[in-house]
Structures are given as C-alpha cells and as structure tokens.
Ligand binder design. Structure first.
Ligand code: FAD
Ligand code: GLY
Length: 371
C-alpha cells in the first residue's frame, strides 16, 4: 500500500470532501481545491435522502448495488464524521413510504418489491388502512405505499460542514474561494494554477468538480458528458412531528427534518448554470404536495432554493482511474444521489489510491466509457 501521497482534490462538494476525509484518515497529504465555498453548490442544496429503494425502482444493476452499499456504510460513517469533526448533524432513520394513487400502480410496486427483497430490503406494501396508522395525515387518495424501514436522511448542509471540519482536523488543507482553477500539468506531476497565480502540485488528482466536470474534456482529451440539471426545492416550517416518514411519489417527495421543517423537492430542469428559483418551478411542487398531505394546501413555503445536480449521459457516475493516466481518478456525475453515495465513493477512491480491492463493482462507472 502506498502511503502518504500528495493528493489534490478538485472540487469541495460532498464527493471531494468525503474523499478527502477518507484519504486523510489513511494518512495521505490531501489538499482540497475549491473555486468558491466548500459545499456551496449541489451538496449544500440537497434534501439529504438516503433512499436507494425509492430512487432506483427499475433495475437491480451495479448502480443500485453501489447505492445500497453506501446506505449500509452510513451508520458507521456518520458516527466517524461526527467524532472527527466534533460537529453534530442530523442523521435520522425515519423510513420512507413510496406512495401510489391508482390500482394500476400496484403491479409496478409489487414487481419492485420482489427484486428489492432479494437485495435484503425489508419492504412491505401497506394498504390505505394500514397507512393511516403509519402516517395519519396522509391523503386518503393514496391507495397504497411501499414502506422501506431502512431509508434515512441527513441534514445535507450540516453534514457537508461537518465533513469539511473533519477534514481540517485530520490535517487536510482546504484552499477555497480561488475563483478560477486551471490544470497546467497532469501527465506526470499534477500542477494546478488559481486565478492570481497561486499554484498547487501533487502526485495525484481526484476530479470531483460536479456539474462543471465537462470543462476538463479538452485538457484530458476524453468526452465528459456531465451537465447541470437544476433542482428547485422548498421547505415549510413549524411542522414538528406532523410528518414522520420520507414520502416519495412520482411527482415529488417530502422529508421531515428534526428541526421541524418539511423539505419538499424537487424540480428537474435545464437552465444552464443558473441557480435561481422560478415561480413555475416552485408551483409545480406546491400544486402537487397537498395531494400527499392535504394540510399543505393552506401553507406557504418559508424557504426556496435550487442546486445543480451533476447529471451524466447514461445516468451513472464516473468513478475510476484514467487508463492512460492512472494517477488521475474521477469521482463525479452523482446526479440525484451524491449525498447517499458519498461514503462508498470516498472508500472506492481511497482504495483505488491505495491499490486495494473494491467490494463493489466499478466497471460500469469507468470515466472513459463515453470516449
Ligand atoms: P457539488 O456539490 O456541486 O460540488 C462540486 C464542487 O466543485 C463545487 O463546489 C464547485 O464550485 C467545485 N468546482 C467545480 N469546478 C471547479 C474547478 N475547476 N476548480 C475548483 N473547484 C471547482 N442527493 C442525495 O443523495 N439525496 C438527496 O436527497 C438529494 N437531493 C437533492 C436535491 C436537490 C434539489 C439537488 C440539486 C440535489 C440533490 N441531491 C441529492 C444530489 C446531490 O446534491 C449531488 O449528487 C451531490 O451534491 C454532488 O456532489 P458533488 O460534490 O459532485 O458536486
Ligand atoms: N434525490 C433527490 C433529488 O435529486 O431531488
């Protein structure tokens, strides 16, 4: 195992910070290079659901396996982040309900249940009557829901802050607010240069620049089809205890946070790199969510925001070494599941650096697969 490498991490979102945390723990000399503020983009905007069963309904492929592995790393992972950062953040095993409105949806729910059970999901389809006990204020239009007791959530902005603090405590250097960062050399030594001439060198580079990753296509001469999909999202306040589970529907989701807010997400729109909130985007959520909880009809969200998910052409992230330059490791394109995938990505990246075997298959995620 090669120890104590000098590693540069490009991008201080949840993926860069989680990777820095794991590499820092393993004794590497890590520097996170962030052009703005760490966690200031998608990672700080996320709803924080750890919900592989709700998010991936179609196929038990390697991506699902990656998501599930990460969910199961979370109990230990979040404890470690808290202990090394000395910061608190919410991690709640609330369980979730995947709700449906029509008889015709029941078959799809049962198909999903059959294969998810094979993967160890303790799922149960609850009838409208049973649901009344689980989540008393749920709309009576919902005819059934799948209960996933394992699904959980974190308060994403606090989790990311704790990760940053844990990194600092481990001796990871955080170089943020650099405005612009360019890769000057990468074929052998890595050299990065920031706007006012400040340079950084290292033996390895981890690319975790989220929705901006395609900017590196030219320098690496590979296709990097990662593009921003804006998620507009809002929250209601003063709802302590009224909603207990994550509720997921085909039109949106609700996540009850420990601070009494109820997070309601999220749109998926193409708006380039704009992170503003539009009336139309939020109305799509507010026009629907009272069909989940009728009491929301009278309420106005107290907070609205948006973030840019790093989407990829095939929906899978890019995790792996460049074949021609194995000292360059990609960890980007996590689209809707970067918070969930942060532990497994970090461990996978660190195993790649240390030449250790990964227990989850990564070949589907090869960074050069689009070239
Ligand atoms: P980012 O957080 O965007 O970080 C990338 C960083 O790289 C940025 O800080 C950027 O400034 C920096 N950067 C870019 N280029 C450069 C450069 N050249 N030099 C230096 N720095 C650079 N995921 C879940 O798991 N569960 C959820 O419930 C969930 N809900 C979501 C809800 C919404 C509304 C949104 C928008 C996303 C949600 N996600 C969720 C997805 C999740 O937020 C993302 O997958 C994840 O944050 C991606 O992390 P990242 O570190 O790759 O990207
Ligand atoms: N995973 C939830 C979202 O991306 O909106």
């Amino acid at each position: 195992m090669s120890m104590g490498e000098r590693i540069l991490i490009l991008g201080g979102g949840v993926i860069g910070l989680a990777s820095a945390f794991e590499l820092g723990k393993r004794g590497h000399q890590v520097t996170v290079i962030e052009k703005n503020k760490c966690g200031g983009q998608a990672s700080g905007a996320a709803a924080g659901m750890l919900a592989p069963f709700s998010e991936i309904g179609e196929d038990p492929d390697d991506f699902f396996q990656l998501c599930l592995a990460s969910l199961r790393l979370y109990p230990t992972w979040q404890k470690e982040v808290k202990s090394l950062s000395k910061c608190e953040f919410e991690y709640t095993n609330s369980g979730s309900l995947h709700a449906v409105y029509h008889e015709a949806d029941l078959l799809a729910l049962e198909t999903r249940q059959a294969w998810q059970r094979e993967w160890g999901a303790e799922t149960e389809v609850l009838s409208a009557n049973q649901l009344h006990q689980f989540e008393p204020e749920l709309s009576t239009d919902i005819i059934a829901a799948m209960h996933y007791p394992e699904e959980s959530h974190v308060f994403a902005p606090d989790y990311v802050k704790a990760l940053e603090q844990a990194c600092r405590n481990l001796g990871v250097l955080i170089e943020d607010e650099l405005e612009e960062v360019a890769i000057i050399e990468w074929k052998d030594e890595i050299k990065l240069e920031a706007k006012y001439g400040k340079t950084f060198t290292g033996q390895r580079l981890i690319v975790s620049s989220g929705a901006w990753s395609h900017e590196l296509e030219e320098i690496f001469s590979i296709r990097i089809p990662v593009y921003p999909i804006r998620g507009q999202i809002c929250a209601y306040d003063n709802l302590h205890g009224r909603v207990k589970h994550i509720v997921y529907t085909s039109q949106g989701y609700l996540v009850p946070k420990g601070n009494g807010t109820l997070v309601n997400g999220a749109s998926e729109d193409i708006a380039g790199f704009a992170t503003d909130v539009t009336e139309k985007g939020i109305m799509r959520l507010t026009n629907w969510n009272y069909q989940i909880f009728p009491f929301l009809k009278q309420r106005i969200p107290f907070h609205k925001w948006a973030g840019l998910r790093p989407a990829t052409q095939d929906g899978y992230p890019l995790i792996g070494k460049l074949e021609e330059a194995p000292h360059i490791i990609f960890a980007t394109g996590h689209y809707r599941n970067g918070i969930l995938l942060s532990p497994v990505t970090a461990v996978s990246v660190a195993n790649l650096v240390d030449g250790m075997a990964n227990h989850v298959p990564l070949h589907l995620f090869k960074p050069e697969r689009f070239t």
